[in-house]
Design a protein around this ligand. Sequence first.
Ligand SMILES: [Zn+2]
Length: 99
Amino acid sequence: MSNNVKIIRNAIKCKTCGMVLESKHHHDWQCCQCFKDSGGTKGCFVDGGTAYLRRGGYPNDYEELSETRPYTEEEIAEEEKRREEQYKLLYGDDYKEWI
Ligand SMILES: [Zn+2]
């Protein structure tokens, strides 16, 4: 697991134009009006959905609205299991040597 927190909501609010930007999935890139109008020299953007928190712009120019929480033990166990299954598919019964 690359992140140690689970992303519930990936969102920021631009303090200049007041737009709330929310990235809902991995490749959902959203930018605010001033970013559009200035050709990317002002304003801000978000990206990454619930996979990672990617931001553009100056941190002082936007308000952070994201929500994250730590993974539960069940989720971590589930992820391990999922990973193990994947390796099993790839390497057959010898998969444990590859983990
Ligand atoms: Zn803006």
